[in-house]
Each structure stands twice: as structure tokens, then as C-alpha cells.
Write a protein that binds this ligand. Structure first.
Ligand SMILES: Nc1ncnc2[nH]cnc12
Ligand SMILES: [Zn+2]
Length: 333
């Protein structure tokens, strides 16, 4: 790893905490909770991470989650990610969690939230990384189930500034969750949604027009709709792009064919993120390094992507500026 990509101050805005579960920890937690894994070794787990599309990944992702049972498990998972983020000079992280993936297995919302949130608070104190939590609804489940998850989150509203939408995209358009997102916005949540990862540009329009999102997660298929491109540029609606994820899930055939440089050059507010780093082979610094070499990015391109990452956060204008100043100081060193 080139140290520049580790050291440049950055924000991460698209990270599923459950997708940061490394195979080593999967074994430790399985042992601790007396769970039998269908793998004999860490190498065997990594060898299974060969995906044809989003669904083939999600099947393993939900199976992997089963080792997360106690508050301590969620704490350990989150603390491990924050240490990794600290080593890559992530200055601010906005982190997704999937409560329905846990409550459906009998783990309470409170257990999940307490473990994750405690680790985030400690990371603020000990590692000086700020963070926000984003509750994601699983779109392959019903709107009623999402509404239930929202109700469960209300007592924790002060610690969860936003809600999002993830899981199997095609066939589960944003419109399915319009009422849930209406209620979430009434309750004061900001909103984001995965859209245009595998699904069509129409889903990006729906996320904007029906769910009122502040950012689009992935969004790379906006390239198929010139009017949408124009709109995203004009409004500077950020896209949280995840290059290694897109290659592992066959959204693009190779990194050389990824459209992030094209989107950046057109003036979209694109950012680089890791999605599910343990499954896709890299955290945010590895994502930056991979696109730099495959797409011949300049230092100015990298600077712009990282600056966008701060601009696209839910931090206040003043907090954004503090971090951008730190970035500017790093660049002239
Ligand atoms: N890349 C992705 N797309 C949709 N849902 C997800 N959940 C975890 N990672 C995801
Ligand atoms: Zn994602």
C-alpha cells in the first residue's frame, strides 16, 4: 500500500458495519457463541468470496452476520473497523447498520445499537474520529417490516441522524418505501438510499423525488440517463461510489472500465468508499489506490474525490471546513 493513500485525510460515507466482519473475527465470534460455521478455515471463507452479482454476495453477507449475537460482538466488530479507519486516516465515518438482519434472528435492536454506538463514542475519544450512524432498511423485506424497524429506532433518534435503503435492488424500487421515508423525514431523519448499483436510473430518480435523499449510494448507472446526469451535476447530489465492490459484484468487468473518472470529469460530486471491505478486498485507501492505477488518476483527481467526501458528509459547514483545511495542509506538505 502506497502510504499517500493511507495518510491523506478522508471521510468514509458508505460502509456497512456488518460488511467489515473479517473472517478471523467471524471464527472468534462463532467460537464464543457456539455457532457452527460451514467453513474450516479463514482461507476457506476467503475462497468462498467469489460473487456473480449483488444477490450472490448478500446470501453470504446475511449468513456471516449470524455470529453477531451480543452487545460485545457488535462492539468488537465496530471497534475493529474504527481502528482500521484510524490507520487509514479516516477523519469522519458515516456508518450503515442493518437492524432487521439482527432482530429477525432474535437479537434486540437495543443490543445492536448499544454495542455499535459505544465503540463509536470510544473512537471519538481515543482515535479522534467523528462518526454518524445510518439505519438501513432491507428492501427485500416488506415496507411494514421497515416501518417496524423505524419505530424501534425512535427512542435512539438522537444517535441516528439518517436512514437508508440497502439489500436486493432490482425488483425493490425506492417507491416501495415512500411511506416509511415520509415518516422518517417527519421524525427528523435525513435520508439516503442505494440506487443505480444494479438497478436502472429510474430508481435514482425515485430515491431523489420520492424518498428525498441527500445522497445516492452507488448511483453509477446514472451514466445511462443524460437528464439525470445534468440534474446530479446541477444539484451536486453526492454519489457514494464503491469501486472494489463494483468489480467484485460484476457491475463493471474490470477497474479499467469503471466510470468514476468519467463522472468526476463531468462534474458530479463523486466520493470513494469501501461498502463491505472484508468481502471486497479493501478498505477506503485500497479503493483509492486501485482506481488511481487502473484509471490513471492525477493527484488533483484524488484531492477532489477526498474533498468531495468531506463536502458530502452530514457535518455542519464549520466542521466540514475544519477537515478540508486539514486536507489542504496535508496536500502542500
Ligand atoms: N453493496 C450493497 N448493495 C446493497 N445492499 C448491501 N448491503 C451490504 N452491501 C450492499
Ligand atoms: Zn452498500
Amino acid at each position: 500500500m502506497n502510504s499517500f493513500f493511507c495518510q491523506i485525510p478522508k471521510a468514509e460515507l458508505h460502509l456497512h458495519i456488518e460488511g467489515s466482519l473479517e473472517p478471523e473475527m467471524m471464527f472468534v465470534l462463532a467460537d464464543r457463541n457456539n455457532i457452527q460455521l460451514p467453513y474450516k478455515s479463514v482461507e476457506e471463507i476467503r475462497a468462498a468470496y467469489n460473487f456473480q452479482n449483488l444477490q450472490s454476495f448478500l446470501d453470504l453477507y446475511y449468513a456471516g452476520m449470524s455470529v453477531l449475537q451480543t452487545e460485545q460482538d457488535f462492539y468488537d466488530l465496530t471497534w475493529a473497523y474504527m481502528q482500521k479507519a484510524s490507520a487509514q486516516n479516516v477523519r469522519h465515518a458515516e456508518i450503515f447498520f442493518d437492524p432487521q438482519g439482527h432482530t429477525s434472528r432474535g437479537v434486540s435492536f437495543e443490543t445492536v445499537h448499544r454495542g455499535i454506538y459505544r465503540a463509536l463514542q470510544e473512537a471519538k475519544q481515543q482515535l479522534d474520529i467523528s462518526s454518524y450512524l445510518i439505519l438501513c432498511f432491507l428492501r427485500h423485506l416488506s415496507a411494514e417490516s421497515a416501518m417496524e424497524a423505524l419505530e424501534q429506532a425512535l427512542p435512539y433518534k438522537d444517535t441516528i441522524p439518517a436512514v437508508g435503503l440497502d439489500s436486493s435492488e432490482v425488483g425493490n424500487p425506492p417507491s416501495k418505501f415512500q411511506k416509511v421515508f415520509d415518516k422518517a423525514r417527519e421524525e427528523g431523519f435525513l435520508t439516503v438510499a442505494h440506487a443505480g448499483e444494479e438497478g436502472p436510473p429510474e430508481y435514482i430518480w425515485e430515491a431523489i423525488n420520492l424518498l428525498g435523499v441527500s445522497r445516492i449510494d452507488h448511483g453509477v448507472r446514472c451514466i445511462d440517463d443524460p437528464k439525470l446526469l445534468e440534474y446530479l451535476i446541477e444539484k451536486q447530489i453526492p454519489l457514494t461510489v464503491c469501486p472494489l465492490s463494483n468489480i467484485k459484484l460484476c457491475v463493471f468487468d474490470s477497474m479499467a472500465k469503471h466510470n468514476i473518472k468519467q463522472l468526476l470529469d463531468m462534474g458530479l460530486c463523486v466520493t470513494v468508499n469501501s461498502d463491505d471491505p472484508s468481502y471486497f478486498g479493501g478498505y477506503v485507501a485500497e479503493n483509492l489506490q486501485e482506481i488511481e492505477s487502473a484509471l490513471n488518476l492525477s493527484r488533483q483527481d484524488i484531492y477532489k474525490l477526498v474533498k468531495n467526501s468531506f463536502q458530502a458528509t452530514f457535518l455542519s459547514a464549520e466542521e466540514k471546513q475544519t477537515r478540508i483545511t486539514e486536507l489542504d495542509e496535508f496536500m502542500v506538505k
